[in-house]
Design a protein around this ligand. Structure first.
Ligand SMILES: [Zn+2]
Ligand SMILES: [Zn+2]
Length: 339
């Protein structure tokens, strides 16, 4: 049905064999090097660029047990970058369908069928379990991190997601990063890597590096390219987002506030931007509270109240927006406000 080449990875993300192995997605499940992992045995599949982690349901005995990583009920593979999205979403579509059916049976047994609700993501076609959640204008797909509306005809811009580095919602790009400078014994660097992060993170890193790199042409040239990339092709409603999030990350909420507010003139109900505003208030409050010499708890409480207000509004627009739910779960100061 769908064949692909892959490598198993060890815990340091290194391939365990020199040659490719063959995989294929079939009606009953996925074959890895001839061994079947049934869709019903999958708990979750997580993707980071071209790496896929398969997490197996607790207690399942499977034919792929020999591939499991030590102390981990799952295994990791690396596939071709250009096939990674399709492989994951083909698999997601099947196992999430089974999980949703399972959920329906479970609720029907408990006489709770009226609370069962499901939908399918227009981007990756995964089946989402929305049981017990309030119907809202937008829906979040945790399998491909996209936001769509209840009619399935609006999706957010495809490269706007939660940044793995700073956890703000913004445009993500793969950016080359070269550090090459020499300013004496204790201040030298040579490194080359590609990073997957948001425009604010690139901007934040460029600031100190740009000036150091300038006299050393190779590094300066890539920095120039990177700087150019974060400043081009931005959707016009989001032009202030990179700067606003950067200020938010630094706890400078008073400067960030007018930038978020000006974006709300165009995108006032967009869950990602509402989440960013709430997160910026939270970051400002946490920085104040961390500062032991600071005695302005009153100010921090004010910021927390604002944070709750914007994060609650985000969930009123999109009741399953996982990044906002996670902030509520991880910070006990925050309490969700029903409108
Ligand atoms: Zn999706
Ligand atoms: Zn970032």
């Amino acid at each position: 049905m769908f064949d692909f080449d892959f490598h198993f990875l060890n815990t340091s993300n290194k391939p365990t064999s020199y040659f490719d192995k063959q995989g294929s997605i079939e009606e009953e499940g996925i074959y890895f090097d001839g061994e079947l992992l049934a869709f019903s045995e999958i708990q979750e599949v997580i993707r980071y660029q071209n790496r896929l982690s398969f997490i197996i349901k607790a207690g399942e005995k499977t034919a792929v047990d020999e591939f499991l990583l030590p102390h981990f009920n799952g295994f990791m593979i690396r596939v071709k970058q250009q096939e990674a999205f399709d492989i994951k979403s083909t698999i997601d579509r099947r196992y999430t369908e089974l999980q949703v059916e399972e959920r329906k049976k479970e609720l029907s047994k408990k006489d709770e069928l009226h609370n069962f609700r499901t939908t399918q993501c227009p981007t990756c076609k995964s089946h989402l379990d929305l049981s017990y959640l309030k119907p809202t204008k937008y829906i979040f797909c945790k399998y491909c991190d996209s936001i769509f509306n209840k009619y399935g005809n609006y999706t957010d811009l495809s490269d706007y997601k939660i940044c793995p580095v700073c956890s703000y919602y913004n445009r993500l790009q793969v950016t080359p990063k070269i550090e090459l400078y020499f300013y004496g014994k204790n201040d030298k660097a040579f490194s080359f890597e590609k990073v997957y992060q948001c425009d604010s993170c690139t901007e934040r890193e460029l600031r100190p590096r740009f000036w150091k790199n300038v006299p050393f042409v190779v590094g300066a040239l890539t920095d120039f390219v990177a700087k150019n990339r974060i400043e081009t092709d931005i959707d016009s409603s989001y032009t202030e987002l990179t700067k606003a999030n950067l200020l938010g990350y630094w706890g400078r909420i008073e400067e960030a506030k007018p930038l978020y507010e000006s974006m709300f003139l165009y995108v006032k109900d967009q869950p990602g931007v509402l989440y960013d505003f709430g997160k910026a208030y939270l970051d400002a409050a946490l920085l104040l509270l961390e500062d032991a010499e600071f005695t302005g708890d009153q100010q921090a409480l004010l910021y927390i109240r604002e944070s709750v207000r914007w994060l609650s509004r985000c969930l009123q627009m999109c009741s399953n927006y996982q990044p906002a739910i996670t902030l509520f779960q991880d910070n006990e100061e925050l309490e969700y406000e029903e409108e």
